[in-house]
Design a protein around this ligand. Structure first.
Ligand code: FAD
Length: 328
């Protein structure tokens, strides 16, 4: 059975067990959230041994070179010596405001972010006072906004979303890690058509990406599809309509699953509506964010509709696993 030496102490790994599971079984707290290799909050640094390559999937090249691995995906078949990763910097910020965008989505604005730099559309890992960690996508654009903006959907009984909606108050200090993710706009191909698609708070990164692209002089058509079950689940409708009026290349497509039909709000499944209105995605850059099932489905459908795999960027909002642990 392989042994794990973590920060000077030895632990026996069970067959098929991940480093994260092994440490938790022995009561060692390591920051984690999604436990599926997405949020990168559980990075560890390997000092000796050769973990399977799968434990570096999606890890930045610069971090890979320094021996960083994802503890949640690292299932070693030989001995390993590792330590806590300092790859993700910790930041503190002050809550500037918490404001409802609709009945279930709150806009959380943070200021005094202490030099935190990011691309709109990336995500950060918010650390709650209880030690729970959750990922939230960034809707703000540093060039335009003096704050860091997150859109948090209320999940009944959810640890962090309930805190944001019912307890978080202006002036409070919060901690976070990041930024993470590669779902953001890179300038350079300004005439390329863009498809942005998401449901619920999947709009958060898309709103950042959209304003970033427009602000950086993107001239190609930009189609943003935002979906919700009912009309009251949509948000930022007026702000997006104002952007549509201002920028002729931008086309906003709000859609709901359940009617009644309203002027400019389509009724139907977002995937079908998007592919009806933009049937060929050849040459498009595609951004997909939000519900994991929709994101997975749309990755396939947009590829089949002609988008090249290297032009499809996606962030699935996976729920944190139940055992998300206390940070160091
Ligand atoms: C890359 C990434 C980006 C994300 N960006 C955002 C964002 O911008 N805005 C946002 O609101 N959320 C986002 N999320 C989701 C977010 O991280 C949390 O999972 C969510 O806010 C719920 O956290 P919670 O602490 O309130 O609930 P938890 O305490 O984690 O969950 C409570 C219960 O609800 C279940 N549950 C959790 N999520 C769901 C779900 N979606 N549907 C059904 N059941 C669920 C859990 O399994 C648990 O049983 C993102 C996730 C990822 C991975």
């Amino acid at each position: 059975m392989p042994r794990l030496n973590f920060e000077g102490r030895d632990y026996a790994l069970e067959t098929g067990e991940s480093v994260l599971e092994c440490l938790e079984r022995h009561g060692v707290a390591l920051t984690s959230s999604c436990r599926s290799g997405v949020c990168h909050s559980c990075l560890i640094r390997v000092l000796e041994g050769a973990p399977p390559p799968a434990a570096q999937k999606g890890v930045k090249e610069t971090l890979r070179a320094q021996g960083y691995y994802l503890a949640c995906c690292c299932r070693p078949d030989a001995d390993l010596k590792a330590e806590r990763g300092a790859a993700q910097q910790r930041y503190r910020a002050i809550i500037e405001s918490v404001h409802p965008l609709n009945a279930t989505v709150a806009r959380l604005r943070l200021t005094e972010t202490n030099g935190f730099t990011y691309f709109p559309g990336q995500f950060l890992n918010l650390v709650h006072a209880s030690g729970q960690v959750r990922s939230y996508s960034i809707a703000s654009v540093p060039r335009e906004d003096a704050w860091l903006e997150l859109h948090v959907g209320l999940l009944p009984g959810g640890c962090i979303s309930t805190w944001v909606h019912h307890e978080a108050a202006a002036g409070e200090s919060v901690e976070f890690l990041g930024p993470q993710g590669n779902c953001f706009y890179v300038p350079g191909r300004s005439e390329q058509p863009l498809l942005l698609l998401g449901t619920g708070t999947g709009l958060a990164p898309l709103y950042g990406i959209l304003r970033d692209a427009l602000g950086q002089g993107h001239t190609g058509p930009i189609h943003l599809f935002h979906g919700s079950v009912r009309r009251d689940g949509l948000y930022l409708v007026e702000a997006l309509r104002a952007l549509e009026a201002e920028w002729p290349q931008f086309h906003y497509h709000p859609c709901v699953l359940e009617g009644p039909a309203e002027e400019d709000i389509a009724v139907g499944a977002i995937d079908q509506l998007a592919l009806e209105r933009v049937p060929s995605l050849k040459g498009f850059r595609v951004f997909l964010c939000g519900h994991p099932d929709l994101v997975r489905q749309m990755q396939r459908k947009t590829f089949l509709a002609g988008a090249s795999l290297s032009d499809i960027y996606a962030d699935a909002f996976l729920p944190a696993a139940a055992a998300a642990s206390t940070p160091s």
